[in-house]
Design a protein around this ligand. Structure first.
Ligand code: NAD
Ligand code: MG
Length: 392
């Protein structure tokens, strides 16, 4: 019997890397469920190649569009909507859920997979930023195993003993060290960055990723989201997470222990490595990726973050320290701002300005359920949209 994978966000960058790992190991995995938002043509190719049993689109019009192009051999089911994702996440044929939808749109399905006690490979960091505390509590209550896909968190996890369960505190921990490439604008001036175009912002020096996370990597908000993600996955306060710029993206992160030891994980910047690690865990899967050549590397650089150039990271750290609804507001405002930047409605440096203003404008709301999370998310998106309307 092979492992049944539900791949949410199959048509994206993480989706593609996940399919490549599954394709390399048909003796071990089969695709039970795939989901996508649009990209019908990509989805048709995936269905032809992998013959998933269930296909889920975001809305009915996309499902209808797919229906017209469905390969004849497909004899599975076609559904749409968030409730279908949540249902699929808890189906008994699904052993592993790869949560690879981008942004807050992935929250409900990731949460459903955790509540169903599945093995959940978490790429969708925004879900953890928004609902991390609730998610970790549900994981504990339902025996879900969370495995980090984000390369930094996966690196940290690889530096911990095999007996370690995500969500527990780490014995003997001094601090976690998140590495950050610095993004495409690391060496730019503030003036040049103000006029940066979407194409310049998504041109990441080392990684090839979806557009939203690429812009987040350029503002360093990605590192801010990852800092919050780390606090939940590894049960630490934000003060135990340091961030260091490492332009080569070879050391994917480090764990420092109280005895002065530091453990690191190295690899080429290829998401198939953390994906294969999580899908195979605790076994190692043989995959065809570029290997690190230590002699070719010769030098690795590490430097502090320039907070004056990249204020997003400090904003996220503060949101993490304050907790409650702050990370939800931060994430929602950022999603709207990145979208507006990609549509050329606001400038690059306005992304972080918008997030800052939304955090300052919103009154704090208590958070005790996923409905509370969704309500704050919705309200913050509206505040951000008003900010943009007043600006343009
Ligand atoms: P992407 O934009 O390439 O793909 C996103 C996927 O989500 C697509 O399949 C799309 O159809 C689906 N989607 C988009 N909007 C949706 C909606 N409203 N409802 C349902 N589905 C929707 O993004 P990506 O780069 O693959 O990133 C996915 C997640 O993984 C993000 O949370 C990102 O932060 C995280 N991540 C990505 C990388 C990477 O290398 N790409 C690395 C670490 C973490
Ligand atoms: Mg990352």
């Amino acid at each position: 019997m092979t492992i049944g994978v539900a791949l949410f966000g199959a048509t994206g960058s993480i989706g593609e890397s996940t399919l490549s790992v599954i394709d390399a190991h048909p003796e071990r995995f089969h695709l039970e469920v795939v989901s996508a938002h649009r990209s019908i043509e990509t989805l048709v190719r995936i269905i032809e190649r992998f013959q998933p049993k269930h296909v889920i689109l975001t809305d009915q019009s996309e499902a209808n569009a797919l229906l017209e192009q469905l390969p004849k051999e497909f004899n599975g089911s076609l559904a749409f909507g968030e409730h279908s994702l949540a249902e699929a996440a808890s189906a008994s044929e699904v052993d592993v859920v790869m949560a690879a939808i981008v942004g807050g749109a992935g929250l409900v399905s990731t949460y459903a997979a955790v509540r169903a006690g599945k093995r959940v490979c978490v790429a969708n960091k925004e879900a953890l930023v928004m609902g991390g505390e609730l998610m970790m509590a549900e994981a504990r209550a339902n025996g879900a195993i969370l495995l980090p896909i984000d390369s930094e968190h996966n690196a940290m996890f690889q530096c911990l003993p095999e007996s370690y369960t995500v969500g527990q505190s780490i014995p003997g921990l001094k601090q976690l060290v998140l590495t950050c490439s610095g993004g495409p604008f690391r060496e730019w001036s503030i003036n040049a960055m103000t006029d940066a175009t979407p194409d310049e912002a998504v041109a990441h020096p080392n990684w090839s990723m979806g557009r939203k996370i690429s812009v987040d990597s350029a503002t360093l908000m990605n590192k801010g989201l990852e800092l919050i993600e780390a606090t939940h996955l590894f049960h630490v306060p934000e003060t135990s997470v340091d961030v260091v710029i490492h332009p080569e993206s070879t050391v994917h992160s480090l764990v420092e222990f109280v005895d002065g030891s530091m453990l690191a994980q190295l690899g080429s910047p290829d998401m198939r490595i953390p994906i294969a690690h999580a899908l195979g865990f605790p076994e190692r899967l043989d995959i065809n990726v570029e290997r690190v050549s230590l002699t070719k590397l010769s030098k690795l650089h590490f430097e502090p973050v320039n907070h004056a150039m990249f204020p997003a990271l400090a904003l996220a750290r503060q949101a993490s320290a304050e907790g409650g609804d702050r990370p939800i507001v931060l994430n929602a405002a950022n999603e709207i701002a990145v979208d507006a930047f990609l549509k050329q409605q606001i400038g690059f440096t306005e992304i972080t300005e918008l997030v800052f203003d939304c955090l300052n404008q919103s009154a704090r709301q208590p958070i005790s359920s996923i409905d509370d999370v969704l309500a704050v998310d919705k309200m913050s998106r509206q505040t951000a949209e008003i900010w943009i309307m007043e600006r343009v």
